[in-house]
Structure formats: C-alpha cells, structure tokens
Ligand binder design. Structure first.
Ligand code: SF4
Length: 454
C-alpha cells in the first residue's frame, strides 16, 4: 500500500513519530466538485423496471441520470478481482458492475479515461453499517482506482437519513428533498408494477404477454415521470393495459415467498441466479418484498433508535428538541409513504397485497431475535416468516442469503432453525448465493418444491 497515491504517509503523534516510523494509513480522497448540467450521473442496483423508472423520474430534475445495466456474473468476477477479500456477494456484484460499465465506455465507446473522470459520476445509497454496507463507498473507490479510474466521483446519501439530509453538500452534489421525493415516487410505481407482474405472470394464457404489457406500462409511466406531467392518469392507463392481459385463474400454483437480505432477495439478475424466473418456470407464484417495505423498515429503525436515545441523560423530548423533531419526521415519512402507496396501488389496480405492518413484525420477532441488532434484514426476516406461518399466506418461504453476509447467516442459519421448528407446517429453505454455485442452488430449491407439490 505504500506506493498508493490514496495513502498519504501517516505520522503518528507521540514517541513513534519522533522515532521516525512512518506507517501508512488509508485516506479517502474527497470528490472533485460536481458540475451541474455537465455530468452524467450513473446509478443502479435495483431491477431493470425500477431503474428505468427512477432514471426517467430523476431526469425531470434537469440532470442527465443514466441507469447501469443489471449486474451479471462478469460484474461479480470483476468485483472479486478488484475488491478487497472477504466482502459479501452484493458488494462484488454492484462494485464490479460499475467498473465494467466504465471499462465499456472507455474500450467500446472510445471515451478517454480523463473525460470519464470529468463527465461522469456515480450516486449510491450508503450508511454506517453495521455490516459491510458501511464499506460500499470505500470498496467502489478502491476498485475504481485499481481498475484505472482513480478519482472517479462516487456520491453517497445516507439510506437511514431523512429526505432533509444534507449529504454531498460540500461536494456540490446536494441531495435535496426534491431529489428524494422524486426517487420515492418512481420506486413506489416500480414496486407496484413489479408486484402486479409477479401476481399475473404464472397465470398468463399466452407466454410473454405479461412482460409485454409491463414493457408498455414502463414506457407510459416513464414518460409521465420524466415530463413531470400528471402521473395518476398515466397509471390508470397502465392499469388498463395490464387488465387487458388474458389470465387463466383455474390452476392453483404453489405460492413461494422470497425473503432475506435486501439486495439478494430483490435483484432479478445473476445476483440470486435469476431466482424469480426459475421459480416461475417451475410453476410457482412468487411473492417478493417491495423496496417500499424496506423503506418502512428504515423508518422503523430510526424510530426505534430515537426511542432508545430518549432515555439517555439530556436527550428527553423537553431537554433536546432533536428527538421530537425526529419523531415527527418519522411519523410524517411513514404516513406520506403509505398514502402514496395506497393512491398508486389503487390507480394501478394492485389487489391482494398490503404493505407489511413493521410494528407488528417487530412484535412477532422480538421473543426470538433482538430488535437492537440492525444490519441486513435483522429481525424482519423472523417476523415475516412467523406472520406468514400464522396467516398461511404461502406454501414455501425461501430466504436468500448472500455469501459472506454476516447478518443473514446469523438469522437464516441460526435463529430461523429454532423458529421454523416451532412452525413445522410451513416449509422454509435458506439458500446461499455465492455467485458460482447455481447448480447446487437450483437443486436445493427443486428438492423442496417437489416436497410441497406432492
Ligand atoms: S446485509 Fe449482508 S449482504 Fe447486505 S450489505 Fe450487509 S453484509 Fe452485505
């Protein structure tokens, strides 16, 4: 590391410094300032449908946002080649995906590296962990440097912060409330369209008709989001398109609920071996968790944290206005998100799905797993399973846990072994995504599907 330009010599204070020892210390370079109107802002990591809607919505802010492609196996291999050892699977996929995209810009589109550094940047959600999520931005910067893109700008907002956070302010990229509200709007629409797709696809009478309808809906919604026009009429048009698809509801399909680590249980690419398509090809109906549900969990975590802190000396609501402000923001955020969901879900004709009651999930999980352990899905995975077992909402629950994910291993392999033993009527399968074990992954799922179908 001593030759690395990112590592300035670190001179310790005290006696070691006087003895002339110069150990090196990792220093993260600050981003060069962002230039409005002259930069292409890359982002990605959700699903193709959601990413394209987010791209359209954010472009309405007047900047050139561009979505990265869905991470594939090559992205995973690049992430492993340039990333630190021992990272979790989603880190390798997402970091490698950005590196591969920049390499494509340079080698296939012939854009010189200097121009890429000057005219492109990347925006992502970050946080302080407690798992490897806290290391994502550093991983991006390290891999980019080693792949020949040193100084490429990566801007980060705090996924647990409110829409009023001021991340990026000093670097010229201000994440404003308008940015977050626009982002949320697109995510909610993307979630609802995705859920409708999962509900309908197993019952289509003509193969591919639901995907074709979703493609048309995506174009309609994206146009409304990008132009800043009225969204509700556009969503009603989407509903008509979807309602026009012929379905055969006479066959009952096994319902498989997919839970687990957020990214691995949401991505539709190689990051989970295209699990959803695989399950549908096996004749199942997939039930997934929308990104909006994860946002409700973030709000719940902020509330839980604030409640714990309110007992600390000097932090009561009457001594310090900050907790009260956080509490009100929290209530407002939850109310706003749920209201927006209900409105869009009605316009798009989503039936048979309700956003999870995260307070109830926490109460269900509390006897089994501490609510204070955040990171990954935490206690929510336990809550989802118990609720599903009690309500009988699925025939099988699959938990996707990425290779190298500490929170998932603790919950899916540890706690869930105990919890599932108390609910033997609902089959549960925890599967690991290592990026390289597709055959093993598929065969384990096929074995349990055989069990629930017979
Ligand atoms: S929850 Fe697991 S997979 Fe996700 S970022 Fe944290 S360590 Fe990685």
């Amino acid at each position: 590391m001593s030759g690395c330009p990112d590592c300035r010599p670190f001179r310790p204070d005290g006696i070691l410094g006087y003895l002339g020892r110069k150990p090196t210390q990792w220093r993260e370079n600050k981003n060069r300032p962002f230039e409005r109107g002259k930069t292409t802002i890359l982002f990605g990591g959700l699903t193709p449908l959601r990413d394209s809607l987010v791209m359209a919505a954010l472009r309405s802010l007047g900047e050139n946002f561009a979505a990265l492609p869905q991470p594939d196996l090559k992205a995973f291999q690049t992430g492993k080649a340039y990333g630190n050892r021992g990272q979790c699977n989603p880190t390798y996929f997402t970091v490698g995906n950005l590196v591969n995209h920049l390499v494509r810009l340079r080698d296939e589109e012939g854009i010189p590296t200097e121009r890429i550094l000057k005219e492109y940047c990347f925006v992502t959600a970050g946080g302080c962990g407690p798992c490897r999520f806290g290391m994502y931005v550093t991983e991006y910067r390290k891999a980019l440097r080693d792949a020949g893109f040193e100084g490429f700008r990566v801007f980060e907002f705090d996924h647990t912060g409110s829409i009023f956070q001021r991340s990026g302010e000093n670097e010229g990229f201000l994440f404003s409330p308008r940015f977050f509200l626009t982002l949320l709007r697109a995510i909610v629409v993307g979630d609802i369209l995705t859920l409708r797709g999962f509900q309908m696809r197993p019952y289509e009478t003509e193969k591919g008709s639901v995907d074709e309808a979703l493609r048309r809906c995506r174009a309609v919604a994206a146009e409304a989001l990008e132009s800043g026009g009225a969204l509700l009429p556009a969503l009603c048009r989407c509903r008509k398109i979807l309602d026009g698809v012929r379905l055969d509801g006479t066959k009952r399909r096994p319902r498989v609920m997919v839970i687990g680590e957020f990214w691995a249980a949401m991505t539709e690419g190689e990051g989970n071996y295209r699990l959803f398509r695989f399950l549908e090809e096996e004749g199942c109906e997939v039930m997934t968790q929308p990104v909006t549900a994860r946002l409700l969990v973030n709000i719940w975590e902020a509330k839980h944290e604030a409640a714990k802190r309110s007992h600390l000396p000097g932090e009561g609501p009457f001594l310090d206005p900050e907790p009260l402000k956080r509490y009100l923001l929290n209530r407002l955020g939850r109310f706003g998100l749920k209201a927006q969901w209900s409105l869009y879900a009605a316009a798009l004709g989503l039936k048979g799905y309700r956003l999870p009651d995260v307070d109830r999930l926490a109460r269900l999980a509390a006897p089994w797993y501490t609510l204070d352990a955040t990171g990954g899905e935490g206690h929510m995975e336990v809550g989802h399973f118990i609720e599903c077992a009690e309500k009988g909402c699925a025939d099988l629950v699959i938990s996707v846990k990425p290779f190298g994910c500490m929170p998932s291993s603790a919950v899916s392999d540890g706690i869930q072994s105990l919890v599932t033993a108390r609910y033997p009527n609902l089959p549960f399968l925890a599967v690991e995504t290592s990026g390289e074990g597709a055959v093993n992954f598929y065969s384990r799922i096929q074995m349990v599907l055989f069990k629930i179908k017979t």
